[in-house]
Design a protein around this ligand. Structure first.
Ligand SMILES: C[S@@+](CC[C@H](N)C(=O)[O-])C[C@H]1O[C@@H](n2cnc3c(N)ncnc32)[C@H](O)[C@@H]1O
Length: 374
């Protein structure tokens, strides 16, 4: 069968030649800028991993001094420092990259050095690097339909996840979010049991235990490296007596979930889980008489929106390379992926047996909060 191409209409053909050329030019510019940003982020990755920004934050340094401070090769550092100056992330005093003194440009420390700063974004560079490492596996996965386990993304992925959410836990979780969760704030002022399901590095559990002295927290995560780091972090924060972590698949069929809990949190993990309904069902069974479940997940548009804003674009782009493949593992996986819209959450909650689920009116640019009533 042949198709008469002159009768096929598409948005491209509807454009005049001038409009088409302007659209091509705009896309070329957009992708070029994205490419520059991606390469700069990979250089930022080196700066974060090797402690280069931290060293430069202390005082202006020459390449040789930076090499001595960080144990890195001077010739590589000259090249890296040149790129940082060209990108506007540093300033150079006294001539050429090899001989001049380099210091961080204003604002850089709050984005790339202080890991608890509300504006810290070092995790973004780690995430990009980790995703780059699994691209060959993803090409295969797209063909076979199989998943790519989280562990295959490597330690940078785990660090990235932790780094991206930690500032929000430090600055917002207790003072801002908890008081807006009906019944939760009051309950956590008294001796209470909290579950942190999908706890990652444990920063949320640690923040809760640090700020709320009557609270005991149990964190579960299926990732060994995350749980090991969470235990170390709790010890360092001085809350290890009230915060415990265990490696466990949240969908496992078992009854000993360490409850009964007054509150169980799922912080930005439900959409990642291979079997979210089973995990929600387990949480429900582990609640005490007045217990409740809080889910923090991505603030994606309520319905499919083509040509989305920057946040929507980030989530939609992350899903096929990050969340969906990580969730398509184990027996009978049914992960939602990053684009978990409110309707999907409500459907999961209903299937898991919750009487009601609702969106909480907590403002945040990237997260939406739900409360699930058993
Ligand atoms: C996006 S990270 C969020 C981690 C942490 N809650 C935070 O906000 O930093 C998702 C977490 O879900 C965990 N996870 C994925 N599948 C799991 C499963 N089946 N059981 C338990 N944890 C799981 C991952 O290991 C990872 O730590």
């Amino acid at each position: 069968m042949t198709t008469d191409v002159t009768t096929v209409s598409s948005p491209i053909e509807a454009l005049t030649p001038t409009e088409a050329s302007a659209a091509t030019e705009a896309l070329t510019g957009r992708l070029f800028e994205a490419g520059v940003g991606a390469v700069e982020l990979l250089n930022i990755y080196l700066g974060v991993k090797l402690g280069l920004y931290s060293a430069l934050a202390t005082e202006p340094l020459t390449a040789a001094e930076l090499a001595r401070r960080t144990g890195c090769d001077e010739r590589y550092l000259v090249e890296w420092l040149q790129g940082q100056a060209v990108a506007g992330l540093t300033t150079v005093d006294g001539g050429e990259p090899a001989s001049g003194r380099h210091q961080l440009a204003p604002g850089v420390a709050a984005v790339l050095v202080d890991e608890t700063s509300p504006t810290y974004l070092g995790g973004l560079a780690l995430m990009l690097a980790a995703a780059g490492g699994v691209m060959p596996a993803l090409v295969q996965a797209f063909r076979t339909g199989e998943g790519v386990p989280y562990a295959h993304y490597g330690s940078d992925a785990v660090e990235a996840q932790a780094a991206l959410n930690r500032p929000a836990f430090v600055h917002d979780l207790v003072p801002n979010w908890l008081p807006q969760m009906p019944g939760v704030w009051e309950r956590l002022q008294t001796p209470a049991r909290v579950g942190d399901f999908g706890c990652g590095y444990g920063w949320s559990a640690i923040e809760l235990a640090t700020a709320l002295p009557a609270v005991r927290v149990t964190g579960f995560d299926s990732d060994d490296a995350s749980v090991a780091a969470a235990r170390r972090n709790a010890m360092a924060a001085g809350v290890a007596e009230r915060v415990t972590f265990e490696v466990r698949d949240l969908a496992e069929t078992r009854t000993d979930w360490g409850g009964p809990y007054d509150v169980i949190f799922f912080f930005e993990c439900l959409h990642d889980l291979p079997r979210p309904v089973e995990a929600l069902r387990n949480a429900r069974s582990a609640l005490g008489p007045k217990g409740t479940v809080i889910v923090m997940d991505e603030r994606v548009a309520e319905t499919f929106t083509a040509d989305g804003d920057l946040v929507e674009r980030l989530f939609a782009a992350a899903s096929p390379i990050w969340c969906l493949p990580q969730g398509r593992v184990g027996p009978d996986p049914r992960p939602v992926g990053t684009m978990m819209r409110p309707a999907a959450l409500h459907a999961l909650a209903a299937e898991a047996g919750y009487a009601r689920s609702e969106i909480l009116p907590i403002e945040h640019p990237t997260f939406r909060f739900y409360q699930l009533h058993p």
